[in-house]
Design a protein around this ligand. Structure first.
Ligand code: SF4
Length: 118
């Protein structure tokens, strides 16, 4: 079962690479985020998470009836950790990457947090 999930994820990711070469940067960030372990969360990460925790696009804040199959799919792939339903990235991981930014930009809305360049 896990093999099917991994293969499906790879197919989806491959499709994204063809559609959007910028996806390489995203994949790099996804992989990098899995290797960042911090006992103490820096303030800039905590601030980002505060925004995400209150956001209507956060999977956990979406009403069950508003969640799509894609949302549930990515929730499973993210290890049942809540995710941003715009980019489908796990909030826990996305917020740790300095050059990530809020996905509201992807739908033309004002972002809640930006790249951390300190
Ligand atoms: S990244 Fe932005 S849009 Fe996504 S959950 Fe966080 S605050 Fe909301």
């Amino acid at each position: 079962m896990n093999i099917l999930l991994i293969l499906s994820a790879l197919i989806i990711i491959g499709y994204h690479f063809i559609e959007n070469p910028q996806s390489f940067v995203k994949i790099k960030n996804i992989i990098k985020s899995r290797f960042i372990y911090r006992k103490d969360v820096p303030q800039w990460v905590a601030d980002r998470r505060t925004h995400c925790n209150g956001c209507k696009y956060n999977f956990k804040n979406k009403k069950t009836t508003q969640r799509s199959i894609k949302d549930y799919w990515w929730y499973g792939l993210n290890g049942f950790k809540t995710q941003c339903t715009i980019c489908q990235c796990a909030v826990k991981h996305k917020t740790k990457i300095k050059d990530e930014y809020c996905s509201l930009e992807n739908i033309g809305e004002k972002i809640k947090w930006d790249i951390y360049d300190n």
